[in-house]
Design a protein around this ligand. Structure first.
Ligand code: NAD
Length: 249
């Protein structure tokens, strides 16, 4: 316990009650961090922050809006004095096949997953650079590594693969400032993003292909985010960590 004592962390898309962001926020708070939950709806973000206990913050922020990302981070920096950790977790999927993807689908999925990761990172980097310290954790996906996510869509695979490139490029550029940038590639995790889109048969088929024989849980991913955000990972940057029960073996 206490791996993030005294740290200030921002997690996007963390209001979803069973989501990876909320589980990460809970684990970070248990380890002593003060957490800001950013999400589309202010009331949902505030309620999720209140669930963590006192002193945490919930703010409305659409990560596709650069001005909103800047405003949220400036507000947190003025409250806290700094942001130590950013988890770029906000994401959307669309269960489309390649010929079904229209321009608006492509824009929407790339905007939230990839553009949002850039905008939020750009908002925190100046402060981290000034202090020569920071950790950014980006949520990619197994869909980036092997394509064909049953529910995600090819444009989701493209966005999540883009996050891997962005992660490595940012890690290389920011390493001299001791800002670490890493990615997590979750496999099949049971959350709202997967729940509504799969029939029981589809779920059974996916789980049958996972060597560990089960879907992942939000806390499986949160544990990896905690490691990457903390000083335990002080010499890790530009990495992608698979949290997938052996799906790529
Ligand atoms: P979720 O749907 O439960 O939560 C996503 C959250 O993002 C929601 O709270 C939503 O309101 C928020 N959001 C959507 N658009 C936003 C925007 N423009 N600005 C701010 N917030 C926005 O999803 P989850 O399963 O918890 O997934 C979290 C992350 O992990 C996503 O990036 C997802 O792509 C990735 N991921 C999930 C899985 C999985 O199996 N669940 C697998 C691989 C990767």
């Amino acid at each position: 316990m206490g791996l993030l004592k005294g740290r200030f962390a921002v997690i996007t898309g963390a209001a979803s009650p069973r989501g990876l962001g909320k589980a990460t926020a809970q684990l970070f708070a248990e380890h002593g961090a003060t957490v800001a939950i950013l999400d589309l709806d202010a009331a949902a973000a505030e309620a999720a922050a209140a669930d963590l206990g006192g002193g945490h913050v919930g703010l409305a922020c659409n990560v596709t809006d650069k001005a909103a990302c800047e405003a949220a981070v400036r507000e947190l920096e003025s409250r806290w004095g700094r942001v130590d950790i950013l988890v770029n977790n906000a994401g959307i999927t669309q269960p489309l096949k390649i010929m079904e993807i229209g321009p608006e689908n492509y824009d929407a999925v790339l905007d939230v997953n990839l553009r949002g990761t850039l905008y939020m990172s750009q908002a925190v980097i100046p402060g981290m650079r000034a202090r020569k310290s920071g950790s950014i954790v980006n949520l990619s996906s197994v869909s980036a590594q092997r394509g064909g996510g049953i529910f995600g869509g090819p444009h989701y695979s493209a966005a999540k693969a883009g996050i891997l490139g962005l992660t490595k490029a940012m890690a290389r550029e920011l390493a001299p400032d001791t800002i670490r940038v890493n990615a997590i590639c979750p496999g099949f995790i049971a959350t709202d993003i997967t729940a509504g889109k799969l029939t029981p048969d589809m779920k059974e088929m996916i789980v049958a292909g996972i060597p560990m024989g089960r879907a992942g849980t939000a806390s499986d991913v949160a544990g990896c985010a905690l490691f990457l955000a903390s000083d335990l990972a002080a010499y890790c940057t530009g990495t992608e960590v698979d949290v997938n029960g052996g799906s790529l073996i």
